[in-house]
Design a protein around this ligand. Structure first.
Ligand code: AQP
Length: 338
């Protein structure tokens, strides 16, 4: 008989720089929506993933606290959800090692994020960047998480997590790890750069004008939207009219996600308008939704000790969940003493 797993959500974000609107709409906002539903929710600042690309230690500390502030300011309640940073829960790396022995080189070789991030510099990339998806599988499966809300770009990694779980179960003749479902929903599963509609909005993009940072003030948000690349045509009234108009589609998607409505609804309202009229509407909506979050983030950042306490308490709760699952994994694998 198949094992029944508790409905449990896990997801993480790298503290590799300021949070972007892409992280917010593609991930955090959806994490908040899943909190208090039928799921137990576990959210993590994946600092061990961040260092697969070199991070200045002082920046990493600041970015981890800022990310925690971003989670809380957006509505994650550290009592209701388990909120912590990955390096305080060693079970992640312990299970990660086991999964390094389960994942195949060929599987990791196919990961498009590694190809994108390594670029032409493959030989000089860290081994950690290559093995990243196996550690991500451990992040998820060390809690037996059944659902992982992510942006479109992480779909392939969640599929790899499923492959690792299935291979482990098969190789050891057990039904121990769940086959986790990616949850990729809503209008903003892939928020694109404001300067180039073919590129993902990313915190590590060289151009600050390409993204909206969660710490940007109202003027910066309005300026970035005003300067966002678009085409000369008016907005269509139907979704089909956005075909081959990546930049227009991106701004409409952002509007829909911020307003919590469908792209169809947005186009029913703004179809026929020029960007000169739509952009100020979008800027006003973005400022309206993001300003309270950035104000609260700034307030929380004046209390780093409080943030550290929240993370330490979250890590304690996370270890209570992860440690029996790791122990059982060691037992299945045949480690003496477990
Ligand atoms: N542009 C995006 N649109 C929708 N979702 C996004 N996510 C990231 N960018 C977008 C989602 O945010 C979560 C955390 O991502 P991450 O920071 O751990 O790594 P990433 O995907 O590599 O994000 P960045 O901003 O591109 O970081 P850097 O520049 O450091 O690589 C994930 O669920 C992701 O899908």
């Amino acid at each position: 008989m198949a094992t029944e797993f508790t409905q449990r959500v896990f997801s993480g974000i790298q503290p590799s720089g300021g949070l972007t609107l892409g992280n917010y709409l593609g991930a955090i906002k959806r994490f908040v929506d899943m909190q208090g539903s039928d799921f137990e929710t576990i959210y993590c600042m994946v600092d061990l993933h961040a260092i697969t690309v070199w991070q200045d230690p002082a920046d990493l500390r600041k970015n981890t606290r800022e990310l925690c502030a971003g989670f809380i300011a957006s509505g994650i309640d550290p009592e209701q959800s388990v909120l912590f940073n990955q390096s305080q829960v060693p079970e992640h790396t312990q299970l990660g090692w086991i999964f390094n022995t389960v994942a195949r080189m060929g599987w990791l070789n196919r990961m498009t994020q590694f190809k994108d991030k390594a670029g032409k510099n493959r030989e000089n990339s860290s081994v950690g960047l290559f093995a990243y998806p196996a550690l991500m599988a451990a992040d998820i499966l060390v809690y037996h998480a059944t659902h992982v809300p992510v942006g479109e770009d992480q779909k392939q990694h969640v599929e790899l997590t499923r492959d690792i779980a299935a291979k482990f179960n098969h190789d050891y003749g057990v039904d121990f790890f769940p086959i986790t479902e990616p949850v990729i929903e809503g209008a903003a599963t892939r928020v694109m750069s404001l300067r180039d509609g073919s590129k993902k909005m990313s915190k590590s993009d060289a151009s600050d004008m390409s993204r909206i940072n969660m710490t940007d003030d109202a003027d910066a948000i309005a300026q970035k939207i005003r300067k966002a690349r678009t085409d000369p045509d008016a907005l269509p009234s139907e979704v089909e009219g956005l075909k081959d108009r990546a930049e227009a589609r991106n701004l409409v998607n952002i509007y829909a996600a911020l307003e919590d409505c469908s792209v169809e609804q947005v186009l029913a309202d703004v179809g026929g308008k020029q960007f000169s009229e739509f952009k100020p509407m979008l800027a006003e909506l973005a400022v309206d939704k993001l300003s309270p979050i950035s104000t609260e983030m700034a307030r929380l950042m004046t209390q780093p000790d409080e943030i550290d306490k929240i993370l330490a308490r979250g890590a304690e709760r996370a270890r209570e969940l992860a440690s029996p699952i790791l122990k059982k994994t060691y037992e299945i694998v045949g480690m003496v003493g477990s």
